[in-house]
Design a protein around this ligand. Structure first.
Ligand code: ADP
Length: 175
């Protein structure tokens, strides 16, 4: 069975990620969307939330599995019997990073290969950061994410508004 791993932060998963996963799944028997638990960037969603969202958008797609992982990506890939990592490319600057990561991963695990799929034109400027920024500023993200992800973003925004109000009340109380 040909198994591949698609690693990333998926904070949150968006249409660009989903397109890469669906297209690469056509090349393998099984694709594991691997949610990295501690990326160096700051996160909006917890690991459990990112996994749950990715699982919910791929519900019913039996050749795509979602798992959380920590530590080295190549070790995780090895543990699930995968020799291929899948990544997506949007712009030239993605290539430099992906190239560097692919060579590093190859050095760590000589049997590991990386396959990069080009994004679709309509997703070329789509990133999880753009989704979060647009949504938190009140913009419409229905062209960027699955409705379930949009609902999860709305819950986060509500929480942050409640927290902001609570902080305001506390600081007024301290005046
Ligand atoms: P990372 O934290 O490694 O950047 P992300 O969750 O942002 O992980 O993305 C995981 C993978 O998905 C990366 O290979 C990234 O280039 C790719 N990707 C992100 N956004 C898009 C997009 N709009 N189109 C295609 N690939 C994308």
């Amino acid at each position: 069975m040909r198994v591949a791993v698609y690693p990333g932060s998926f904070d949150p998963i968006h249409f660009g990620h989903m397109d890469i996963a669906q297209r690469s799944a056509a090349l393998f028997d099984k694709l594991i969307v691997a949610v990295y638990d501690r990326p160096s960037k700051s996160l909006l969603f917890s690991t459990e939330e990112r996994v749950a969202l990715a699982r919910s958008v791929f519900k019913g797609v039996d050749y795509i599995e979602v798992q959380a992982y920590s530590g080295l990506t190549v070790e995780f890939a090895r543990s699930v019997g995968a020799h291929v990592l899948v990544r997506g490319l949007r712009v030239i600057s993605d290539f430099e990073l992906e190239y560097q990561m692919a060579l590093t991963n190859r050095q760590l695990s000589p049997e590991m290969d990386t396959i990069c799929l080009m994004t679709r034109q309509e997703h070329a400027f789509l990133s999880a950061s753009v989704v979060k920024e647009v949504f938190m500023a009140g913009g419409n993200v229905s062209q960027m994410v699955h409705p379930l992800v949009e609902s999860a973003l709305a819950r986060k925004r509500e929480c942050s508004e409640v927290n902001r109000d609570a902080i305001r009340i506390v600081s007024l109380g301290n005046d």
